[in-house]
Design a protein around this ligand. Structure first.
Ligand SMILES: [Zn+2]
Length: 103
């Protein structure tokens, strides 16, 4: 069975990057009134920048029709943080579905 492959941004890495950016914004907020306005505004702008994350999460998935239903297999793994998820699920057919493609 061949799995289809897709690359995307890892949700765990995205959450970590968002947390890092939020902490940077908090650190800059205490600079208000302490440093000159130009330095404060420059630091705030840098802290608010979105961190550009690479597509380091590889997803492999497959849908396979078997005799008793539809087998759905999904696996993903992040090459950066090691996050992974495996989902293997059978959607059972209650009645034979052969020849019922009229939807
Ligand atoms: Zn990750």
């Amino acid at each position: 069975m061949a799995l289809d492959i897709r690359w995307r941004t890892c949700p765990k890495c995205k959450t970590a990057a968002d947390t890092k950016r939020k902490k940077a914004v908090e650190l800059v907020s205490v600079m208000y009134g302490v440093v000159d306005e130009e330095d404060y505004l420059e630091s705030r702008e840098k802290a608010n920048l979105e961190i550009d994350l690479p597509c380091n999460l590889v997803e492999r998935y497959n849908f396979e029709h078997c005799t008793d239903g539809l087998r759905i297999i999904y696996k993903c793994h992040c090459n950066e943080c090691g996050y992974e998820l495996i989902h293997n699920h059978l959607v059972e057919f209650k009645t034979p579905q052969l020849g019922k493609c009229d939807e």
